[in-house]
Design a binder for this molecule. Structure first.
Ligand code: 3YP
Ligand code: ZN
Length: 378
């Protein structure tokens, strides 16, 4: 068993500028220039820890390439791709669409390298060159819709990789699990009517985008039942996420029987994250990853491909990433979470009734997967 790893220094060169956290700097309005929250630091430190821990030496490094125009157009409109290019060609950069998604000078090429890196990784998995893999990409993708960049996302990397896997690699049925703390609205919208792509998003209810990711958003047309949302209450931690994995994600995967599992791997549900209020620890990510690799082994020859999404604590994201990637590769390193003792009380939080109620309600949706075909079968 081998694990592929995609990284490129250019991912860190995506320049989100001098925003104050979320907001573009605007001195006349009193918004002092600072550093954008989606900056390279957490990802650079994650990559360096993967290297220094010795894990990198156990991985199969896969070189990214830029996604082609035709590959992007499987998901995005020509107008959107052109918009990103135009913004990227501006001297000071621009925005991908919603005013929260900086496009730095040259970010168009870097965003294509992120989407293309995931394509290369999925290709290596499909060909059996590696069993599974991780793309530590930037910019992220899960909020980007066919025609709009939003929430720091320019192109929807996972959607581009999914469409490529279907079109070129003979992988038809694709399950996309998204455990970023924010709703994977872009991915949801792209596949909303498609019964061959199951999207499951676990996220903090009402966090971002506003009014998005509710249980009632369950797909439409032929895709009815193939979109699942689990809007977890703020403050959900290890026990709540494991309950959601056990009661929803694993049975949904079982029922859907994918050829490939893609993971929108945001680490912003970690207990130290400034952009959400969830309480996961590095060990939570390890446990959740184990559940997914087990499911992938049972259902699709281990084919699990993950893309980095959010995660904004520069000092904790690296340990979450390492725990995730160790588990993906079926190994451990000498580096253990040095903050484990600090977060022990959070990790021990039990499943609360208001969390269980949401999870159990969303679990009702699992039986709708394939209900139509199963009813129609002879
Ligand atoms: C985008 C603007 C306000 C919240 C922010 C969320 C980014 C993210 O990590 N999405 O997964
Ligand atoms: Zn996020």
């Amino acid at each position: 068993m081998t694990t592929g790893y995609v990284f490129h220094p250019e991912y860190l060169w995506h320049d989100t500028g001098t925003s104050a956290g979320l907001l573009p700097a605007n001195p006349p309005a009193g918004i002092q220039p600072a550093v954008h929250i989606e900056n390279p630091e957490a990802k650079r430190r994650a990559h360096e820890l993967i290297h220094v821990s010795g894990l990198l030496a156990e991985l199969t490094v896969i070189e990214p390439r830029r996604a082609t125009m035709a590959e992007l157009l499987r998901v995005h409109t020509g107008d959107h791709v052109q918009h990103i290019k135009t913004q990227s060609d501006l001297r000071g950069g621009g925005d991908a669409g919603d005013g929260f998604s900086p496009v730095g000078p040259g970010s168009y090429a870097i965003a294509r390298l992120a989407a293309g890196g995931l394509i290369e990784l999925v290709t290596a998995v499909a060909r059996g060159e590696v069993t599974n893999g991780y793309a530590l990409t930037r910019p992220p993708g899960h909020h980007a819709t066919a025609d709009l960049g939003m929430g720091f996302c320019l192109f929807n990397n996972i959607a581009v990789a999914a469409r490529h896997a279907q079109a070129e690699l003979g992988l038809t049925r694709i399950a996309i699990v998204d455990w970023d703390a924010h709703h994977g609205n872009g991915t949801q919208s792209i596949f909303y009517t498609d019964p061959n792509v199951l999207t499951i998003s676990l996220h903090q209810a009402g966090c971002f985008p506003p009014d998005s990711g509710w249980i009632r958003e369950n797909g439409a047309g032929d895709g009815t039942g193939y979109t699942i949302n689990v809007p977890l209450p703020p403050g959900t931690g290890h026990a709540g996420y494991l309950h959601a994995m056990t009661e929803i994600v694993l049975p949904a995967l079982e029922r859907f029987a994918p050829d490939l599992i893609l993971l929108a791997n945001g680490f912003d549900a970690n207990v130290f994250d400034p952009m959400a209020r969830q309480m996961l620890t590095a060990d939570s990510y390890r446990a959740m990853t184990r559940m997914l690799t087990d499911a992938a082994d049972r259902l699709c020859h281990g084919r699990l491909v993950a893309a980095h999404e959010g995660g904004y604590s520069p000092f904790y994201v690296p340990y979450c990433t390492l725990a995730f990637l160790e588990e993906l590769a079926g190994t451990t390193t000498r580096v253990t979470d040095p903050l484990a003792a600090v977060v022990a009380e959070y990790a021990a939080e039990p499943l609360r009734p208001h969390q269980k109620a949401v999870i159990d309600e969303a679990a009702q949706l699992v039986s709708r997967i394939g209900a139509h075909e199963i009813a129609a079968a002879p």
